[in-house]
Design a protein around this ligand. Sequence first.
Ligand code: FAD
Length: 397
Amino acid sequence: MSSIEVLEDRCVGCGLCVKACLYDAIEMKDGLAVIKDNCTLCGACVEPCKFDAIILRQAQRENVPLEDFSGVWVVAEQRDGELHGVSFELLGRGRELAEARGAELSAVLIGSGVEEAGKELVAHGADRVYVVDDPALRHYLDGPYANVVAELIRRHRPEIVLTGATAVGRSLIPRVAIQVRTGLTADCTALDIDDADGLLLQTRPAFGGNIMATIVCPNHRPQMATVRHKVMKALEADPARSGDIVNEDIPRELLETKTEFVEFVKDLTQKVNIAEADVIVTGGRGMGGPENFPLLEELAGVLGGAVGASRAAVDAGWIPYSHQVGQTGKTVQPRLYIACGVSGAVQHLAGMQSSRTIVAINKDPDAPIFKVATYGIVGDVFEVVPVLTKRLKKELS
Ligand code: FAD
């Protein structure tokens, strides 16, 4: 493992390292630099130290030939035994990638009392599930979970490792990449195998969503990527599918942590989770203010859907961030997406354009949202939405 140390006989307490640290992870105590627990081992403090008083020891990359890595892995995410939908979606795409590589598809499942979840992963396409089941792993904690995944990677050497770009996945997987000394592409929207050299082609938006960049990891293994929920398609569950459930023992010291799980707090501001909703009614700046969002709630209520928002509406404080759709919000794929007073900026489209049916209501006939809309209504939201709600109420009652 990597580590960092301040050599007390060299440190003069000049504080240059404190200024260089991007994470506020160094403090001065009694004239000496002291590294705090939130140090990420990024090494930014090492060079500025004119007295060579900070030593960063990087974990050595194991010298294993690239050909010794094989198989596609999905690191599954669960809470209280319930799997996150993104795990099934990654198994769906992972199946195709594994077939293209002539390799097996495996899942990694970490938790406590997760036996049933293991079977579900097999039903959704996994040939094998590596299970680490331990009471110490009942709740997600960065350190132990990252140690477990890194240990399994060192043992079994997969060629590709995928996980969801969820809050948990985004926290976990960079820590794993650092431990196994490989690259990571975050927030991919497409994954493919290059026919010529078998490398994983990892495509994601770049430069504010204006271009799509395809990234490869040619020199290190595994090739690692995160993918957002609702971007890829899950396979139909087949309870008759068979696969191996492999229970793995992990050394106790890898489960030790200074972090304590206190409580899981659900976001109570949202009646329906937009990432899971079948119908979403989204409001943009054209809604004029928070006092007008009840119009959208009423329409969403009639359709059994959820209310979404553009970043402009969220930034204005009209609605909490958990409702934001788009590149820096949630990616959604409902059956019906109704955009009200949303212009259709590329960053918004990135989060909703694969919705099955898109209805756009905007008073500007040239608004870019109409380019992706299945049905466009040029008009004032304050006239159109109440009429639509009334009509749908009547039709659906
Ligand atoms: P505007 O662009 O101001 O559009 C308002 C629309 O409402 C206009 O088309 C107008 O004609 C229409 N309108 C006004 N009044 C009425 C009315 N009475 N009736 C009908 N129509 C009306 N944006 C996101 O949404 N999600 C993201 O995740 C996101 N991430 C971003 C990331 C980056 C790095 C950057 C740079 C930007 C991001 N943005 C994101 C912001 C994005 O570029 C736009 O600024 C934003 O989407 C605009 O929101 P809007 O459509 O509500 O507002």
